[in-house]
Design a protein around this ligand. Sequence first.
Ligand code: AMP
Ligand code: ZN
Length: 146
Amino acid sequence: MNKLNDDCIFCKIIKNEIPSIVVYEDDDVKAFLDISQVTPGHTLVIPKTHVQNVFEYSDELGATIFSRIPKIAKAIKSSDKNIKGMNICQNNGKLAYQSVMHSHIHLVPRYTAEDGFSMTWADNTDKYTSEKLQSIADNIKNNLED
Ligand code: AMP
Ligand code: ZN
């Protein structure tokens, strides 16, 4: 049984209490156009259960939602010959730019280098020794759950 939240805008979209432009839907997942359309075809994929972010996913929920991404991504790409690539991203937590606290995956088709989407990250390669990298990896590995 899917758990929804009465106060959540995306749960309302799941229940069709507020409108959305749907591109794909099944028992577990809904995909609809992002209202902001960073680029044309910008789509959100959401689980039909209220989870805030990836840290609340079970393995099963992760498998369910991520398994739908290739099908939807390929359909978006096929819908316009001018689409040359796609950024797929998920913001988890306010600091990581999440504004709607119902987990969602952005599919942003890319047309040109100046199409409105950008992403930057620092290159700190010079600051990390292999020992430091190994210690970071060991710490992460020690926190893997079964
Ligand atoms: P994020 O910042 O990753 O939480 O992204 C939330 C996204 O939800 C933004 O890109 C918004 O444009 C989008 N959004 C908010 N409300 C709606 C809505 N009613 N229908 C479609 N997209 C929405
Ligand atoms: Zn919700």
